[in-house]
Design a protein around this ligand. Structure first.
Ligand code: ZN
Length: 287
């Protein structure tokens, strides 16, 4: 039996179990072949059958798999029906942006055509493009009117995410245009895999960090969120039905380039590394 938590990745267009301790020694086992067709190769269908995926994971031989590199991995949730994002969800980030704390979750969307691979390049559109490291929730069962106490059970897991933002576009109008400013090509990085929510050691205080060219820019725990994961899921599902495979960006901790004096936006050649301890790392080069 495989040790460690269930992680589901996408290689090419096929869902894969991931073994190994990290991205440097990751090995992949094809989900459909391992289950003799019992589970599909389509990751979106796997997310809709997450309890079956969990059961199949317990039968994977811990020594199995073929090596994969970060560059081999595709976006693990390639066609979500909905992508939600929450703004100003860390007090220190709201402060650095000169913005008030919201009284309820401040939701916008990142349109799905902006999704990118875990090691995908980010095409800089102008000279005010910024990084935002975020925990991304991946909906499993989903539903409507999810109680706070049941929220984690309705999620499949989490991914590491980058909410890349074109600040000039974001703040170009009155009121500001969050959704389009964060939906340019490749601006929604998700990966390197979906880590099972049930296996997360301290899921209410996940440690997230972001470096640019090796320099630490962001480091926070999710316990400082204004609206924790369970409240976000309960609030969104009180308005919108959540479908299997939907994504929810949960907000950026402080340390973004826009909040610095002087401001420090991304430049061609910059390499952004975003990590959630115990989950994984995504790495993206700007061009
Ligand atoms: Zn954000």
């Amino acid at each position: 039996m495989a040790s460690g938590g269930l992680r589901l990745a996408l290689v090419g267009d096929r869902a894969q179990f991931i073994l190994g301790t990290g991205v440097d020694d990751a090995r992949a086992v094809d989900v459909e072949r391992h289950t003799d067709g019992g589970l599909p190769s389509d990751p979106m269908q796997c997310l809709a059958r997450w309890s079956d995926v969990r059961r199949a994971w317990t039968t994977v031989d811990g020594a199995a798999g073929t090596p994969v590199r970060l560059e081999d991995l595709s976006c693990p949730v390639p066609v979500p029906r909905q992508v939600f994002a929450i703004g100003r969800n860390y007090p220190e980030h709201a402060r650095e942006m000169g913005a008030a704390l919201p009284s309820q979750p401040l939701a916008f969307t990142k349109f799905p055509s902006s999704l990118n691979h875990p090691a995908g390049d980010i095409e800089l559109a102008g000279d005010t493009v910024d990084y935002e490291a975020e925990v991304v929730l991946v909906v499993g069962d989903g539903g409507r009117d999810i109680p706070v106490g049941d929220a984690w059970n309705r999620l499949a897991g989490i991914c590491v995410g980058q909410d890349v933002s074109d600040r000039a576009l974001q703040y170009s109008g009155t009121p500001p245009q969050y959704s389009l400013g964060k939906s340019r090509r490749g601006f929604s990085v998700v990966g390197p895999w979906v880590a099972d929510a049930a296996d997360l050691a301290s899921r209410d205080d996940l440690q997230i960090a972001c470096t640019v060219n090796g320099e630490l820019r962001q480091r926070s725990g999710t316990s400082s969120m204004v609206f924790p994961v369970e409240q976000i899921v309960a609030y969104l599902s009180s308005i919108c039905e959540l479908y299997p495979g939907d994504l929810i960006y949960t907000g950026s901790p402080p340390g973004v380039g826009h909040g610095m004096r002087p401001q420090r936006y991304l430049r061609p050649g910059d390499v952004i590394e975003t990590t959630i301890d115990g989950v994984g790392t995504i790495r993206n080069r700007c061009r």
